[in-house]
Design a protein around this ligand. Structure first.
Ligand SMILES: [Zn+2]
Length: 174
């Protein structure tokens, strides 16, 4: 699955590169971010571009299914761990947390992010209309995982692709 996520990110990046600079239509040069997500495989950069035009140099960072905003953890870990938290006994949550080396504070931040930032985002306000019957927002992101059937082959990737627009830093303050 990791290979597949890399491929999806490469495709998203290629689409951005081909469009060129949105500011001046200049050529885009590769200017990847060094980014090592914890809890994922050996990824060490996030695709990013920089306009080659002198005086513009605008940065363009494509959406990603591997990275969620500035979070250092791989996007799918953020989604899955946050989902797993729902309805689990405290001891179990602690074990998973320790296994992945995630601090309790971090986990609480992720949970708060899903429940307030994500649930209140303009992205979600538009997209939630496509879910019938409507999703339980209090159990996000578990309700999303269940609806996308993420335990089935390829479905987690589909969920991450759905979420990809919110990974662009300018779209949503993380
Ligand atoms: Zn430019």
């Amino acid at each position: 699955m990791w290979r597949l996520l890399e491929k999806v990110d490469a495709d998203l990046a290629e689409r951005v590169r081909q469009q060129g600079c949105p500011e001046c239509a200049g050529k885009l040069h590769v200017a990847d971010y060094e980014r090592k997500p914890r809890g994922g495989p050996d990824w060490d950069c996030r695709h990013s571009f920089c306009c080659a035009q002198e005086g513009c140099r605008r940065r363009q960072t494509p959406a990603s299914v591997r990275f969620l905003g500035r979070r250092v953890y791989a996007g799918f870990i953020v989604v899955l761990v946050s989902a797993m938290m729902h309805g689990l006994k405290a001891a179990r949550v602690r074990r998973i947390r320790e296994l992945l080396g995630i601090e309790e504070r971090t986990l609480e931040r992720w949970r708060a992010w899903w429940l307030s930032t994500f649930a209140g985002s303009s992205f979600w306000k538009v997209e939630r209309a496509q879910f019938m019957p409507s999703l339980c927002e209090r159990s996000l992101p578990l309700s999303l995982c269940v609806r996308f059937d993420v335990e089935e082959d390829g479905r987690l990737v589909a969920l991450l692709e759905f979420l990809a627009p919110i990974t662009v830093a300018s779209y949503l303050a993380m």
